[in-house]
Write a protein that binds this ligand. Structure first.
Ligand SMILES: [Zn+2]
Length: 245
C-alpha cells in the first residue's frame, strides 16, 4: 500500500477537512512509500517508536502525534530524537487527533460506548461530548469502567446514585463537563480531572468518573488500524506503552 494513497483514503474516511484541530492530521513524518506492516499506539513517544523499530514497522499510527499548536516549532531535544528515529528507520508517522475522537465507527467515543454497553450513543450537538443511556448505578458503571480499562478510576458521587443518562468524552475533557450538565446527565466520564471538578459535580448533582486519558484513547487507533488491515491486507499490531495518566 502506497503511503500517499493511504493518507488520501484516510483524509476521506476520517473526514479530516471537517476539523479545526490543534495539530496536523495525516502523514506527519514521511517514511518509505510502500507499507505492509502497520503499528497502532496512543502517543508517539520514544518508547513506542523504539518498539515500532523492533517490530520492523513501515508505518506507525497514533492519536497523539507531533507539531501541537502550543509547542515550540523547532526540532531540538526529544522532538529531534523522536523524528530522527523515525526518519533513520524509514517509518511513516500518521497521526489523527479530533477526527479519531469523533468518527462514528472507529472513533474513541463510539468505541467507548460499545465497550461500556451504552445505548443510543450520539454526540451532543456539535460538541466533542457524547450522550447515551444506561440503566445502572454509579458503583456498577465505575466497576465496568475499571474492568474494561484495567485501571482504577477516580469516581465522584454517591455509589448508589442511579445512572440513566450518561455522557462521556475521551482524553482530557474535564472542562467540557458543562455540556454534560446542560443536558441533565447523571454521570460524565472522561480521562482526566482537575481540582475544581468534585465541587462542580456535587453542586450540580452529577457523578464523574476520571478513567484515564491514555486508557480512554486506546480504542480508536486500534479500531482504525484493524479497519485498514482488513481493507488493504496489512499486517497489524497494537502496542500499549503503559501510562497511568
Ligand atoms: Zn488525548
Amino acid at each position: 500500500m502506497n503511503n500517499k494513497t493511504l493518507e488520501k483514503y484516510l483524509d476521506k474516511y476520517l473526514n479530516v477537512s471537517n476539523f479545526s484541530d490543534y495539530c496536523p492530521n495525516g502523514l506527519q513524518v514521511e517514511g518509505k512509500s510502500d507499507i505492509s506492516k502497520i503499528i497502532a499506539g496512543v502517543s508517539a513517544n520514544q518508547d513506542l517508536i523504539e518498539r515500532a523499530i523492533d517490530e520492523q514497522a513501515d508505518a506507525l499510527f497514533v492519536h497523539h502525534g507531533f507539531f501541537w499548536k502550543n509547542e515550540s516549532s523547532v526540532i531540538t531535544g526529544i522532538k529531534r530524537n523522536r523524528i530522527k528515529a523515525l526518519l533513520d528507520n524509514n517509518i511513516n508517522l500518521f497521526a489523527y487527533h479530533l477526527p479519531l475522537d469523533a468518527h462514528p465507527i472507529v472513533g474513541n467515543n463510539i468505541q467507548l460506548a460499545m465497550r461500556f454497553n451504552i445505548q443510543n450513543p450520539e454526540p451532543i450537538g456539535d460538541t466533542l461530548v457524547w450522550q447515551g443511556e444506561v440503566d445502572s448505578t454509579l458503583e456498577d458503571v465505575a466497576q465496568s469502567v475499571q474492568s474494561i480499562t484495567q485501571r482504577t478510576p477516580l469516581v465522584f458521587g454517591p455509589k448508589r446514585k442511579s445512572i440513566k443518562k450518561i455522557t462521556w468524552c475521551s482524553g482530557g475533557a474535564q472542562s467540557y463537563i458543562e455540556h454534560a450538565i446542560d443536558v441533565g446527565a447523571d454521570c460524565f466520564i472522561t480521562g482526566e480531572v482537575s481540582e475544581q471538578i468534585p465541587a462542580i459535580c456535587k453542586e450540580n448533582d452529577i457523578a464523574f468518573i476520571s478513567a484515564g486519558h491514555h486508557a480512554t484513547e486506546r480504542y480508536g487507533v486500534q479500531a482504525l488500524c484493524q479497519h485498514l488491515s482488513q481493507e488493504f491486507a496489512l499486517d497489524y499490531q497494537y502496542i500499549d506503552i503503559d501510562n497511568i495518566v
